[in-house]
Every structure is written in C-alpha cells, then in structure tokens.
Design a protein around this ligand. Structure first.
Ligand code: ATP
Length: 856
C-alpha cells in the first residue's frame, strides 16, 4: 500500500494536453442528437395552430383571395421563427446546465493538482481518485489505497470490486472481478484513493463501446406538466366540439359552408390553448438558467417547482453556514489553555510543541481538509526550520476517519529506527476513547472541551503512540495512545447568513442544522446565525435511541443535530416527510446520497461534494453557500408565481377572443374576427406569456408568505375564478362596444375596427394588470420589464400602421376610425380591468389592517 509522492509527479504539460486534445478530441461520448432546425420546423408543422393557419390560408387561396392567403402564410413563417427562437433559447439553457453538471476530474498537470471538467481529460493524464468520484476515463492504477469500485454500470454486478496497482507484464482485462489494475470510465469509487494513468478517453472507452450516456440534466415530466396537459385536453375537446357546432349552424343556417368552415377554424384558433405547454417548457428551462446565475445548478427540473413549497431546510454547518476556512486559535496542553493569534514566527509556546507536532504528523502530506491546511500553515510558521518537522520520515500507512470512530492516525517510520511513530487526531471524545480514558477522565475532558467549544471553536484531540512489531494492527484501538491535548480552530460564519436565516423564517421555512461537529461548537454557531431553539439539540447517539415515532415528535421543534453521521440524515428526512414537511437537504459525501435522494429537494455541494452526491441530488450548489439556497427558493417562488400569472393571462385573454368569434355566428350578426385577426392577437399573446411574464420581477412579499402547499394546483378554484372573471369582463366590455357601434349605425368595417381596437387595448391592459396580483398597475409600472416594453411598442405601432395604411386597412377589413371612436375604445378597455385593480386595492387594505391589528 505504498503511495508515490504526489509532489514528485509532473503529469502532462499544457502543450502535451493541447496536442492530445487535438489528436484524441474531448473525452465525451457522442451526445444525444441536438434538435436541428429541420426537426423544429417538423415539430411546429404538427402543431394544431399551424395546421389551422395553413388550412385557412388554403381556403382563402381557393376562394381567390390571394393577398389574404399570402398574408396568412407569412404569419406561418413568423410563428416558425418565434418557435425556433424559443426552442433554441430553451435548448441553450439546458445545454449550459448539462456542461456544468458533467463530472469533474482531479488531475496532475505541470506538477500541480487541478480540478478540471471530465471532458478535458486526455490519454496520459494522471488522475487522483477518491471516494465518491466517478472515474472520468479508462486507465490503469499506478498506486492505490484500498480502492474499491462499483462497476455495475458496465457489468451489472452490484458488488463493488477491489483494485490493485498495475505491474509490468499484467494483462488488461475486461471489466469485472476483484484485484484488477484497470479502471473504467463511468464507474464509481466507493472506497479508498488511487493514482491512475488515463489510457483511453471518449468513445474508445469501455463505456463508449457500449454507448451508455449518463443521465444528467433531465427534461422530466413534472406534476405541473401533467396538470397542464390534462387542462389542455379538456379545453381542446370542448373547443373542437364548439367549432363543429359553429360550422354546422353556419352551414345549415346561412347555407354557406365555406364561410362556416372559416368561422369554425377561426374559433378553433381562438380557443386552442397551445401556449400552455410552450409556456411551461420555457419557464422551467429559463428558470433553471436563472437559478444557475445564483450559483445553483438544476439537475432535475421538477425541483424548481418544489423549491417554492419547501418548508424545512436541513443544512450542514461546515462550509455551508461557515466559510470552511480554519485557523488555529487555541491550544490545551499540560492542563493549560493558551490562545494563539498566529502573529509572528515561532509563537507557539514550548509546552504546546509536542501537541502541534503530532497534530501535523496526523495530517495528509498534501492536505485538502481545511483543518489540516491550518495545521500545515502552523507548521510552516513555527516548525519549518526546527526539529519538529520530520522531512525524512516515511509515511507507512494511514487509518482513515470513519463514522464509527471520528479519529484518524498516520503511521511513520524514521530512516534509522525500527520503531513506528503513530500520530492520531480526531474528535476529542474519540481520542479519549483511543487513549482508553476512564469515565472520570472522559468527564474531565468534556469540561475542557466545553470551555473551548462554547467560543464556537472546532476542536481536535491529539494523541501519540509508538509500535515496534512489524505487523501493524488492523484497527487504531490496538495501539496504546497517550493523550497530548486539544487544538481549537475558528471557522468564521459566512457573511449574509443571519439575514438569509431571517428571510427563511419570514418565509415560513424552518432551518435544521445537521453537523458532525461537537454540540457546544454547533450551538455557538447556531446562536451566531440566529437559529431559533438552538438549545433544543440532539446528538447522533441519542437520535439512534429514539423510535421513528419519537423522532417525528422531536422533529417538530428540534433545530440542531450535533455529532450526527451522514447515515442518520436519511432517518431525519423520512421522519420530516412523515410530518408532511417538504424537505430540502444538503450533503456532500457518498454516505449522504440516500438522504439526498429521499429529500424532496436534494442539494449537493458543488465545491467539495462528491460525484455520487451530485448525482443523487436535484440541485447542485456551485459555491456551497447557504445564501444561494435561499436565493434559489426565492427564485423558485418567483418562477411559480410568474407561471401562474402567465397561465391566468392566457386563460383570460382567450375568453374575449373566443367569445367574439362565437357570438356573432350564433346570433347571425356581422363577423368580427377572421383568421388574420386571431393571428395578430396571437403574435402579441405568444411572446407575452412566455417572455414578458417569465422576466417579471418578484412580488415584494414573496419571502413573507408561507410556503405553497405541496399539493396545491396551479389553477386553484380562486385563480381559475379570477382569470375567468377577467376574461368575461373584457368580453362584456368588448361586446358593449360592438353592440353600441352596431346600433349607432356604423358600417361593418367600422364596427370591426372599433371592436378589434378595444380587444387589442384590453389585451395590453390585461398584461399590465396581471404583472402583479397584489400591486396595482400604477405601482408596477415603475418596475421595468424590457420585453413588455417591446411588446407594447410593437403592438401599438402595428395597430397604428394597420389603421392608417390603406392597403393594410383593407386587408384587415377595417375602415378609418374617428378620434371619438378611438377614445371610446381606450375608455372601454380601461374599464375592463378596473374591477381587478379595485380588488387588488381592497386586498392591500385588508392585509394592512390585519398587520396593523397584529401589531397592537
Ligand atoms: P458538517 O457535517 O456540518 O460538515 P463536520 O464537517 O464537522 O460538520 P464531519 O466532517 O463529519 O462533520 O466531522 C465530524 C468530526 O470528525 C469533526 O468534528 C472532527 O472532530 C472530526 N474530523 C473531521 N475531519 C477530521 C480530520 N481531517 N482529522 C481528524 N478529525 C477530523
């Protein structure tokens, strides 16, 4: 189990890497086919809206109305254009996420360790593999320390296999079986560490040969999608039935089947809710992209939906709430405490030298762990040039930290001696245990730990031992250790955490801290960040003694779990879920994976998390920062809100359009809307519902409301009622304008112009009023929405053009409208949304009064 000195390995140079990338290409499998333009066009061509447009274009064509036909066909092109744009934007957002979430690799290049994207690995690269990593390419092991790999992806065999270093002459074999020196791309390191040399990459790997691609960002079906699909089905069926009735009434009543067919097609175009599914896809894909701007990567799109209903956030302490940047702050040795400020060289007092020396000896040579880094720094500042650093000692073996024993030991051999020196460090209780402390001694130790821990310090105990026999024991317990003392590390709380915690509380989200650290330390940090009820903590060992029912009860109030091991997280998640909570849980290690998978929202740490944890999670926190989770929750709520607004708008705007296509036919009155009018309206509705509402800012109270119930539907009876009301009121007003202008003796084209102008203006006002369901148009107008600006400018200028350019006016079967007429349309449109504005004001007043009453 010898490990070559990583520091002496150079790996490939940047030039070699560039050359190999040119020769062998990126380490990736041919991706699933990208959606090409031809495919998008084909997809659009299958859309009912498209078919209806083409059908009406053809009818006009056969009727000899060539300009009308050409116009409709050019709209077809515009619709294809918009769809390609939306599809591209969605694909690009998902593509960027896929690239971000692909596995990473730790390699040695130019003599330095570098974490790179898995796709950049080239043959000849030296890989450092550790527990939880996905192997990025095929290769052979140069050295290994208990390396065990799960190769089930390739072999179907679920039992992990042991690996051994490669020796000259050994043949490479197919995957599977113990004691092989080869490792394969896509397999998972479940235990141990190793150094490996990459032999093949990309499609030349075993995985490439069988063409399996790991599932990354998925476009899964969500509950929302199912809800919307069923809604679309219902509306489409009713709509088509209505169309059929119209065609028949028109055909039989007026004896004009062609016009009847056109009226039917117009109605179908007016009713078909084809925007619903498009809006959902665009919102979720762009939502994932927006969330990634907050350093949170979405691996499973449904998580975006769930984020807004999260009621509990279970978070790790170290690195998530704190910076995970350790500095040595204090020592306890020879029954004396000593503060250390790190100022000046050789400032560690003499009586703490042995303690520091053994703590350093118990570190990895090239440490990654921040506590070990702090110890190495201590060594460089104090013992670099003294006898305390043993550059010529050889590391013989290491006993790793485990959930059962929170301590690790390194076994060293000096060049002259036959004796081994053992340095151990770990949780103070575990070190006390290794030193075979009596109950009395453990109690005394606990008092000393408490003194340091109550300052929020993270504490390590240190012990030493020596061994002269040649065969080392299999467990650390079999050495005879001598206790040397304690070292306290400070790990500052991340900036902005207290504010984020308060934001969560205001949003009705509980926070539970689950940490492997000592209770007092955890409690101090909990108090620093303002965690409520931090006194009511539970330690891992006590948790084990609770029954599931008792745990469920405790979890109604508990906010802090200390000395917990990852395996216990699963029990916590399950108990919380049994309490009907919607749980978001963070984790980074291999053992966190089951809990991450079981949580409603599993959140892996991107910086220090293993590939296994990332794969089990629905979100990945790129900066490991708790505040980013809160930002993601806020965005999740905003996306859901906007989706709701967009859907309500689509619902309401279709009512006047459908109504005005239907009523004139039913009552044998002049027709108002023809296919091109509908297309004109659709050209406003489409970008509005997908792009304008998607970009809408969050409501002010977004983090002051309780989480949405997990099974709340997008269309609650209240939303449905309000959006139907919006639509029917607009329809009523438009009908009044229509009837009034008919009764004033205006001609058909004038009546159509007036009615159409009213519909278009009411449509714009519906957009304005739906931007917020709590604030009035006047207060939202101050919040800019660029996309909305473009839609407004585009709509009004097109309307002016159509009404003033004679050729266009004729095409739309309009005539000039008097200034008085225009003013009537504007007033009518304004009136159509007034009631909703009044309803918002009434709600605002009510809320203010109840807040005031709560305050007194
Ligand atoms: P969190 O779960 O919030 O990240 P944590 O990082 O303290 O908390 P673990 O990493 O599980 O949790 O560590 C638990 C305990 O194990 C630590 O409090 C410490 O006593 C001990 N420990 C952790 N890392 C080391 C190490 N490198 N050497 C020795 N002991 C360690």
């Amino acid at each position: 189990m010898t490990f070559p000195d990583i520091e002496t390995i150079q790996g490939l140079s940047s030039e070699q890497v560039a050359a190999r990338l040119r020769t062998f290409g990126y380490n990736e499998l041919p991706e699933h086919k990208k959606v090409g333009i031809a495919e998008i066009i084909l997809e659009v061509a299958r859309e009912p809206m498209f078919l209806l447009l083409v059908a009406s274009g053809l009818i006009y064509f056969f009727l000899g109305d060539i300009t009308e036909a050409v116009m409709l066909m050019s709209f077809v092109l515009v619709i294809i254009g918009i769809t390609i744009y939306q599809e591209r934007k969605t694909e690009r957002a998902l593509e960027a996420l896929r690239n971000l979430s692909s596995p990473r690799a730790l390699v040695i290049r130019d003599g330095e360790q570098r974490r790179i994207a898995g796709r950049e690995v080239v043959p000849g690269d030296i890989l450092i593999l550790s527990e939880g990593d996905r192997v990025p390419a095929d290769g052979i092991l140069l050295s290994s320390n208990n390396l065990t790999v799960d190769e089930s992806l390739l072999t179907g065999e679920s039992v992990p296999v042991r690996k051994i270093p490669w020796i000259e002459g050994l043949k490479e074999q197919a995957p599977g079986g113990d004691d092989q020196p080869s490792i394969y791309s896509g397999t998972l390191v479940v235990q141990g560490q190793a150094l490996a040399e990459v032999r093949t990459t990309g499609s030349r790997t075993e995985m490439g040969k069988i063409g399996t691609v790991l599932q990354e960002v998925s476009r899964d079906d969500t509950r929302l999608k199912r809800e919307i699909t069923s809604m679309v089905k219902i509306i489409a069926t009713c709509g088509l039935l209505l169309c059929l009735i119209i065609v028949i009434i028109y055909g039989i009543g007026r004896g004009d089947w062609i016009s009847g067919l056109l009226a039917g097609i117009t109605l179908a175009m007016a009713i078909l809710p084809e925007e619903f599914p498009v809006v959902l896809t665009v919102f979720l894909a762009l939502g994932a992209w927006r969330i990634s701007q907050e350093h949170v990567l979405t691996r499973q799109v449904p998580a975006i939906e769930t984020l807004g209903s999260a009621t509990v956030l279970c978070v790790d302490k170290t690195g998530t709430l704190t910076l995970n940047k350790m500095t040595v702050q204090s020592f306890f040795a020879h029954d004396e405490f000593c503060d250390y400020d790190g100022a000046g060289e050789n400032s560690v007092p003499d009586y703490c030298h042995e303690l520091s020396e053994y703590a350093i000896l118990a570190c990895k040579k090239d440490p990654f762990d921040p506590m070990e880094k702090a110890l190495v720094q201590l060594s460089e500042g104090n013992f670099g040039k003294t006898e305390h650093i043993h550059k010529d000692w050889k590391l013989i073996t290491e006993y790793p930290l485990s959930s059962e024993l929170l301590a690790m030991s390194n076994v060293w051999q000096s060049p002259d001696g036959h004796e081994f020196t053992i340095a151990a460090k770990g949780a103070p209780e575990a070190i006390g245990d290794l030193c075979h402390f009596s109950e009395q001694e453990q109690k005394k130790l606990a008092e000393q730990i408490d003194i340091m821990a109550s300052r929020g310090l993270r504490i390590l105990g240190v012990a030493k031992s020596s061994f002269s026999r040649s065969e080392l024991p299999s467990i650390q317990h079999d050495f005879i250790f001598t206790f040397l003392g304690l070292i306290g590390f400070a790990d500052p709380v991340r900036p902005g955490i207290t504010e984020a915690v308060n934001e969560c509380y205001a949003a009705g989200i509980r926070i539970i801290m689950i940490t492997g650290d000592y209770p007092r330390t955890a409690q101090n940090i909990a108090n620093q960040i303002g965690l409520v009820n931090a006194d009511n903590y539970l330690v891992g060992a006590d948790l084990d003694r609770l029954s599931d029912e008792e745990l469920k009860e405790r979890l109604k109030t508990a906010t802090l779990f200390a000395r917990a091991v990852p395996e216990q997280k699963l029990r916590i998640v399950n108990a919380l879920k049994a309490n009907h909570e919607v749980v978001a849980m963070t984790g980074d290690g291999v053992n966190d994976a089951p809990a991450l998978k079981s949580a409603d929202i599993g959140i892996a740490m991107g910086g220090r998390g293993t590939d296994v944890a990332r794969e089990a999670s629905s979100l990945v926190l790129l900066d490991d920062n708790f505040t980013s989770i809160v930002s993601a929750v806020r965005l999740g709520r905003r996306i859901y809100d906007n989706l709701k607004k967009a859907m309500a708008y689509i619902f309401s705007i279709h009512i006047p359009i459908a109504g005005m296509s239907l009523i004139p036919v039913l009552f044998d009155m002049p027709l108002i809307l023809m296919p091109m009018h509908i297309v004109f309206l659709e050209l406003i509705i489409d970008p509005t519902c997908s792009i304008v509402f998607e970009a809408e800012k969050e409501e002010q109270d977004i983090m002051n409301r309780l989480p949405r119930s997990a099974d709340e539907r997008l269309f609650t009876p209240k939303t449905l009622f309000l959006s139907l009301m919006q639509g029917f009121v607009v329809l009523g007003v438009v009908l009044l304008v229509y009837l009034h202008s008919l009764m004033s003796g205006l001609g058909e084209t004038e009546v159509r112009s007036m009615t159409f102008i009213t519909i278009v203006l009411a449509n714009l006002l519906l957009i304005l009023t739906n931007r917020s369901w709590s604030e009035t148009i006047i207060s939202t107008i101050r919040t800019p929405n660029k996309a909305m600006g473009w839609v407004f400018v585009g709509t009004i200028s097109s309307l002016v053009l159509i009404l003033t350019v004679p050729a266009l006016r004729d095409l739309f079967r309009f005539s000039q409208v008097s200034a008085e007429g225009i003013i009537t349309c504007i007033l009518a449109a304004g009136v159509s949304v007034l009631w909703f504005e009044a309803w918002k004001l009434w709600n605002l007043r009510k809320n203010q009064t109840s807040q005031y009453l709560q305050g007194i």
